[in-house]
Design a protein around this ligand. Structure first.
Ligand code: URA
Length: 235
């Protein structure tokens, strides 16, 4: 689609006025200023911004938060016939999960039909924090927390550092807050494997500034405009 047509379809201004806006260098496509006329864009893929603010076609994007329970896989189908998170969702739009949680992990995961949003949230370049509550068998020592903070060494390779905070010990299990800003496969479980500790429960409670809060297990809730904007870089 022509850039000027796209902008006017987004409600920016008339097509002629949009040509002026483009020519004055106020429009970026994929982060690059495009001030020449006659630019073609892919309206499904390209991120277009006017004066630094993203503009979109008024089609309805859906952004949901889900509290994933244990015992569900994060994919549309499972070759082992296990339940998937899509069994929990009643939505006409074709949604994808934004990143993954393991079968036995519970907590916050996003679902959307906005591919740009999904790429942005999961892109390693942006380092959005993910916070987990980790319940571990036994009483953990401060020295073990220090090892996790420094980045454990797995097969000779140091894993990323983590922010680790003691939350509680109930005489049986220790509960910690663990914050990472990378999304390696099974990262948290691997960190605890490396120090020989068994995770009893792994729960994601935050992504970026979005909290799981009081959302019940298995339930979804639309993300607020503010929560979406946090990732879009508009706030
Ligand atoms: N780290 C893990 O090990 N598992 C998850 O599900 C998420 C983070």
């Amino acid at each position: 689609m022509r850039l000027n047509k796209f902008l006017s379809a987004c409600g920016v201004a008339s097509r002629r006025k949009c040509d002026e806006i483009i020519a004055s260098g106020r429009v970026c496509v994929g982060g690059r200023v495009r001030s020449e006329l006659g630019v073609e864009i892919n309206e499904k893929k390209d991120v277009v911004a006017v004066d630094g603010v993203r503009v979109k076609l008024p089609e309805e994007f859906v952004y949901l938060k889900l509290n994933k329970p244990k015992g569900y896989v994060c994919s549309a189908k499972d070759e082992k016939g296990r339940k998937t998170i899509f069994d929990l969702i009643d939505c006409e739009a074709r949604l994808v999960n934004v990143g993954r949680l393991d079968y036995n992990t519970e907590g916050l995961i996003f679902l959307t039909n906005d591919g740009n949003f999904a790429n942005l949230v999961t892109h390693p370049r942006f380092h959005f924090e993910k916070e987990y509550h980790v319940t571990v068998e036994g009483e953990m020592k401060e020295s073990e927390l220090a090892v996790l903070r420094n980045g454990v060494v797995e097969n000779g390779v140091r894993m990323p550092k983590a922010k680790v905070k003691f939350l509680s010990f109930d005489g049986k299990n220790t509960k910690l807050s663990v914050i990472i800003d990378e999304g390696q496969n099974h990262q948290v479980r691997r960190m605890f494997d490396c120090i020989g500790r068994t995770i009893v429960l792994l729960k994601r409670v935050r992504i970026g500034n979005v909290l799981l809060g009081g959302l019940s297990r298995g339930k979804t809730k639309p993300m607020s405009a503010e929560e979406i904007a946090f990732f879009m870089g508009e706030k």
